[in-house]
Write a protein that binds this ligand. Structure first.
Ligand code: TA6
Length: 293
């Protein structure tokens, strides 16, 4: 982490820089994690992937789920929280040897700014594509992710197709904030606001990419106080995922015993909703998570 970022963290009383094993146990040396403890909420963010690992508004239950079997290994995806899937969502459209869900979640992002006030904490991270990334995705890009932590969580993603690349074509860009929400029991969980006719429910594995969804969804679950509200702007897709028992059993960083505690409702732009960004242009999207009682 660069000195400016370390200074920014040291200046903010609600922020501390730790290693993942100090917070979640697991591998040494693990990964760098910013631990946030503010009057309105607590949270933790890995520099790798600018991935939020936990978020809990004060006086409420944790809103996000992190696998008890998550591994914290450099360059390896972390199971839980909010991985940023980009610059492609899912398997690469042309070359499945390229990493699933792109490279943004496997790389260290730079912390540009940390601002703290009585009402919230704002962190801003950036990822620029290096030579390695250009081999995977031959369009120079810059990703900026601004996070606002309070009794709700807001994320603002900015994507720039930078000038100066050898490729003058528009940049294909698909993405999702692959959010793992904590629920009491997946079998008692319903997602509202994806289908006019009915709520989404979970009997076994569900893995669906929905395009042109409404801006607002709610997650409700018997035994869970209140509902989780999702509001998105300029993110027309929603991916709904829970692996179910069999698939979970085959995943080392998940396991059959843990699949019931989360649901992924991922807002972004994928499949037919994917973006195509001309050289020099920028696209932005916002997503906000809050609880309603
Ligand atoms: O978002 C749903 C999904 O694409 C599923 O197909 C499943 O593979 C999940 O993501 C997890 O992907 P990961 O690469 O993190 O194991």
């Amino acid at each position: 982490m660069n000195q400016a970022a370390i200074d920014a963290i040291n200046t903010a009383s609600s922020l501390k820089l730790k290693r993942s094993f100090e917070v979640f146990g697991g591998e040494h040396p693990g990964l760098e994690v910013i631990v946030l403890d503010h009057a309105r909420c607590s949270a933790s963010i890995a520099l790798q992937g600018a991935q939020i690992l936990s978020f809990q508004p004060h006086g409420q239950a944790p809103m996000l789920w992190l696998s008890p079997k998550a591994s914290f290994i450099e360059g390896k995806a972390i199971r839980g929280g909010i991985p940023v899937c980009a610059p492609w969502f899912g398997p690469h459209p042309k070359d499945t040897d390229k990493p699933q869900h792109g490279f943004a979640r496997n790389l260290p992002w730079e912390l540009l700014e940390a601002q703290q006030s009585d009402s919230d904490v704002v962190l801003r991270f950036q990822l620029d594509s290096s030579a390695d990334q250009l081999r995977l995705h031959p369009w120079p890009l810059k990703l900026t992710l601004e996070m606002t932590f309070s009794d709700s969580l807001s994320l603002n993603l900015k994507v720039e197709h930078l000038e100066g690349g050898s490729n003058t074509h528009s940049m294909p860009f698909s993405w999702a904030l692959h959010t793992y929400f904590a629920v009491h029991d997946i079998a008692q969980t319903r997602i509202r606001g994806l289908d006019e006719e009915q709520d989404y429910t979970f009997q076994g594995e569900v893995d669906q990419v929905l395009t042109q969804v409404p801006e607002h969804q709610s997650i409700v679950c018997d035994g869970m106080t209140g509902s989780i509200e999702i509001n998105g702007q300029n993110c027309p897709s929603a991916i709904v995922w829970n692996p179910g028992p069999e698939k979970a059993a085959s995943m080392l960083d998940l396991g059959k015993e843990h699949y019931t505690g989360f649901v992924c409702v991922e807002r972004g732009a994928a499949k037919a909703d994917s973006w195509s960004i001309p050289v020099g242009e920028t696209r932005q999207a916002q997503v906000k998570f809050s609880r309603k009682f």
